[in-house]
Design a protein. Structure first.
Lengths: 348, 370
């Protein structure tokens, strides 16, 4: 099955399975695929060959009486950079909250290494699974190095407050996120992009093989978004961590993810490598947005170009048999004209 | 076992080339390590600040004991305290004046500690127990006992019950998927307004004698406090102080980054918070039972401590020491600065605290934070 090959290529060399995870990976991916085919959805070789240390099984997620998702099953392939996408309020952040035991599922269970995460010891979980939440507050006047060193909390105790190992890991985390020079600066005075790097450094200092990121690029300008995503991709590739991120920008997701989970109305519509699953039909189905999918000229990954609204461009600009004028496209997907050559003539 | 005290800068330069000065020098922390099992991290500045506050509190206590109608020098006081005074001195110091000073120390420490916990949980300097109605609740309980003509012991019991019930009420009203800071403040302010009304009503119902006794109590006074009033608070602080400082301090520091971030780091957020808030409410109630609702100490002490230590986090221990220093000093001022007659310590802390609050708001406004 060639999808396996694709997955293997993208995920790189596979680390040996750790003992104790045999229970989770065997049944769940198939189970998940089954559910999705039942619902007439696509699953292209999702968590095929690798293991899944983290998975959600038959999750019903609800705040009070408001149910966000019912009978949701997901599996995070090990060593993948998994990105969850979907329209607002589709339940993607809620899913991430459940996976990080921030939200207890009303039914079903989140399994980490085959064990129900809600019954596991909090500090023990925090040594395996890290989370970069959306709503973190830097305490007033705290310095960068001090904030990063708080990531060591799950490795510490009342008597073991600051070991040599803690110190080494904090220094490493700061240098691998490029904030070492900022170490003695106050977090308050940093720019948004720098601050996000510091928070990522804190999550890295936690030294978890799995790291979840809830919209890590929100509120950043385009250059800093790419900067943060490049950093994530590097952490994924070089250190073999499993990354799970919720992203808003479909094109960023398609470019950086090795595994994509597309959600709508609390359901997984499709999951798999972006090359396989990102199609115009999927985007239409998930976001309700007519579009075309072309190859990203930089990376060859799928690039979603939303269709121009009929009559949006002034009549003088509407010429027959030309590619859509980039200026008529919504601003969030700026596409230089040369990129559209391949699909010229597709739309008048 | 090899014990090594070293600045982290030396270690950091070994591990991270190009990391510059090193974490210890930057954050003002030192590490004490013994083998690989024990490693303690502390801020010299915070420890020194706490020690200075504690020494200041004790010194002010000695001076307070020595002042009054029968003045004594600090040396005489210390000699008497260690058992070397004349019988007259021994009676004045150990029977009359020491309990009052001890009460001031314990009430101040309890209020400082409780204030630091509340301000940390609420993430707002105004989120202190006297702003949230806990002390007003204690007053309501005490007033009810006074109007019923109860004894001093019953009054203390009423204050404790009132404080605890108010704490429970606020928690029950504010609780929804965890106590959120703003919700707690707003609920507390609502309860405070309600209880102030109730207290005003109760005062008008009392007879003249009862009302006078009630008003004196409501202002907060250490006058005539002895061992019976002191002992319950001493026990409460001896138990709950370590529980709060050692058991919840580190977790509270983590929750200042937001519940999600603390959760992700493996902090049992709700458990730490409930324990710390519960302890704080008990401490405030017992302190009120001992000295009445002394105002503003719980608000100012943690803020002053924070400015001394310049450290993020709740600064629980420095806040407790600062609270003790503030209250003993205020009590000395209440006894000596106003000629003619003594005034209740609550008046002094109210005046000082009010000035401090205005100053705090003015400077924070300049810094653009409020």
């Amino acid at each position: 099955m060639n999808t396996h090959a694709v997955v293997r290529d993208l995920h790189g060399p596979r680390a040996p399975r750790t003992p104790g995870q045999d229970i989770a990976p065997v049944g769940h991916p198939q189970d998940g695929a089954e559910r999705m085919t039942q619902g007439n959805h696509r699953d292209h070789g999702a968590p095929a060959a690798g293991g899944t240390r983290l998975s959600g099984e038959g999750l019903t997620l609800a705040y009070d009486r408001r149910t966000i998702a019912e009978d949701l099953t997901v599996a995070i392939p090990d060593h993948s950079f998994t990105v969850v996408i979907g329209p607002n309020a589709c339940g993607k952040s809620t899913l991430l909250r459940a996976l990080s035991r921030m939200l207890k599922p009303a039914a079903g269970a989140v399994l980490l290494d085959g064990r129900d995460i809600s019954s596991a010891n909090a500090k023990q979980v925090a040594r395996t699974l890290g989370l970069l939440p959306q709503s973190s507050v830097a305490p007033e006047g705290i310095s960068v190095s001090e904030l990063v060193s708080r990531g060591r909390y799950p490795h510490q105790s009342l008597l073991r407050q600051w070991s040599a190992e803690d110190e080494r890991v904090v220094a490493e985390s700061m240098s691998s996120t490029g904030v070492a020079e900022l170490a003695d600066r106050s977090v308050d005075e940093l720019s948004g992009g720098q601050r996000q790097r510091v928070w990522i450094a804190m999550a890295l200092a936690q030294q978890t093989p799995l790291l979840l990121l809830d919209e890590p690029t929100t509120y950043l300008d385009l250059a800093h978004q790419i900067d943060i995503l490049d950093l994530c991709a590097r952490l994924h590739q070089e250190e073999g961590r499993t990354l799970v991120a919720v992203l808003h920008d479909l094109n960023h997701a398609a470019r950086y993810a090795t595994h994509l989970i597309a959600m709508r109305d609390g359901r997984v519509v499709a999951s798999g490598p972006p090359e396989r699953i990102v199609t115009a039909e999927l985007v239409e189905e998930v976001f309700g947005l007519p579009c075309r999918v072309i190859d990203d000229p930089e990376t060859g990954t799928p690039l979603v170009v939303p269709a121009a609204r009929r009559g949006a461009a002034p009549a003088s600009r509407r010429r027959p048999v030309t590619p859509p004028d980039p200026s008529a496209l919504p601003a969030r997907t700026p596409v230089p004209p040369r990129r559209t050559v391949r699909s010229a003539g597709g739309r008048a | 076992m090899r014990t090594a005290v070293k600045t982290a800068s030396r270690n950091a330069s070994r591990t991270a080339a190009g990391a510059g000065e090193g974490a210890g020098a930057r954050t003002g922390t030192r590490t004490l390590r013994a083998g690989s099992v024990l490693s303690l991290r502390f801020r010299p500045r915070a420890l020194v600040a706490a020690a200075v506050c504690l020494l200041a509190a004790l010194a002010a206590g000695v001076v307070t004991i020595g002042s009054g109608d029968y003045p004594m020098s600090p040396a005489e006081v210390l000699t008497t305290l260690t058992g070397g005074g004349t019988p007259a001195q021994d009676f004045i110091v150990n029977e009359l004046r020491l309990p009052r000073v001890l009460a001031a120390l314990l009430v101040g420490a309890s209020l400082g500690l409780a204030g630091a916990v509340f301000q940390s949980v609420v993430r707002n300097p105004l989120g202190s127990p006297d702003m949230l109605g806990i002390t007003q609740g204690a007053s309501t309980g005490a007033l009810l006992v006074v109007l019923a003509g109860g004894s001093s012991a019953a009054l203390a019991g009423g204050a404790i019950a009132g404080g605890l019930l108010t704490g429970l009420l606020i928690y029950a009203l504010a609780w929804r998927h965890g106590t959120h800071g703003y919700r707690l403040v707003l609920t507390g302010i609502g309860v405070l307004a309600m209880l102030t009304g109730v207290n005003g009503y109760l005062l008008t119902r009392g007879k003249l004698m009862e009302a006078a006794r009630a008003v004196l109590w409501i202002t907060g006074s250490l006058d005539g406090r002895g061992w019976p009033e002191l002992t319950p608070l001493l026990i409460a602080l001896a138990v709950l102080g370590p529980v709060t400082v050692l058991g919840c301090g580190r977790a509270l520091r983590m929750t200042e980054m937001g519940d999600d971030a603390a959760h992700a780091l493996g902090v049992s957020v709700e458990r730490a918070r409930t324990t710390a808030l519960g302890s704080a409410v008990v401490l405030v109630s017992f302190a009120a039972a001992c000295a009445g609702p002394v105002s503003f100490v719980a608000l100012t002490a943690p803020q002053l401590a924070k400015r001394l230590t310049r450290a993020p986090g709740p600064n629980l221990l420095p806040a407790a020491c600062m609270g003790a220093a503030v209250l003993v000093t205020a009590d000395w001022a209440a006894q000596n600065l106003f000629t003619g007659r003594q005034i209740p310590v609550g008046v002094v802390t109210g005046l000082l605290g009010g000035c401090y609050l205005v100053w705090l708001l003015a400077t924070q406004r300049k810094a653009g934070r409020i």
